[in-house]
Design a protein around this ligand. Structure first.
Ligand SMILES: Nc1ncnc2c1ncn2[C@@H]1O[C@H](COP(=O)(O)OP(=O)(O)OP(=O)(O)O)[C@@H](O)[C@H]1O
Ligand SMILES: [Mg+2]
Length: 147
């Protein structure tokens, strides 16, 4: 694959759209020689980011908007999940495992950081949150791909 491929999806903050986002990103990623475990990791990371937007950003309200932008280039997949919800007061604290609220485990951001090669969480309280995640296409697979 030489040309980059991309999509942008704007969905309601409805829990059903977690699956839609996961499916769409996985379908795009399938255009690169990611292994099956890589694709599963991508699915989990996207699910966690979109779930956070729905549950925390909009507090379960279904009338917010969540944007999922995904770009597949020769060597990496980049996914940006953004919401215009309530934002995060302290991103450093939120990134710590077990920083979740109430009974939540607080593992979502940790999963994103474990499964993706690069994760940036940007947030402005009262304005929203933007999560940028990148995963590199395995070098060996690229070499074998040949084009
Ligand atoms: N899009 C977002 N908008 C507002 N707050 C967020 C957002 N994403 C994360 N947070 C905050 O960061 C915390 C940590 O998120 P993380 O996904 O790691 O854990 P969690 O959602 O609480 O639990 P889990 O993902 O394990 O169910 C959340 O509890 C929430 O306070
Ligand atoms: Mg979470």
């Amino acid at each position: 694959m030489t040309e980059a491929n991309s999509f942008s999806l704007d969905v309601a903050s409805h829990p059903d759209n977690v699956g839609l986002a996961r499916l769409a990103v996985a379908a795009l990623a399938a255009g690169a020689p990611f292994g099956v475990p890589d694709l599963e990791e991508i699915r989990v990371a996207v699910s966690e980011a979109v779930t956070n937007a729905v549950q925390h950003g909009y507090g379960g309200r279904r009338d917010g908007r969540v944007r999922i932008e995904a770009t597949l280039s020769q060597d990496r997949l980049k996914v940006v999940v953004s919401d215009q919800g309530r934002g995060i007061e302290d991103v450093a604290l939120a990134r710590q495992a077990a920083a979740g609220e109430g009974e939540r485990l607080g593992l979502g951001i940790l999963f994103m950081e474990t499964f993706m090669d690069h994760v940036v969480v940007e947030s402005h309280p009262g304005q929203g949150t933007r999560v940028v995640m990148e995963k590199r296409v395995p070098v060996a697979a690229l070499a074998a791909d040949g084009d």
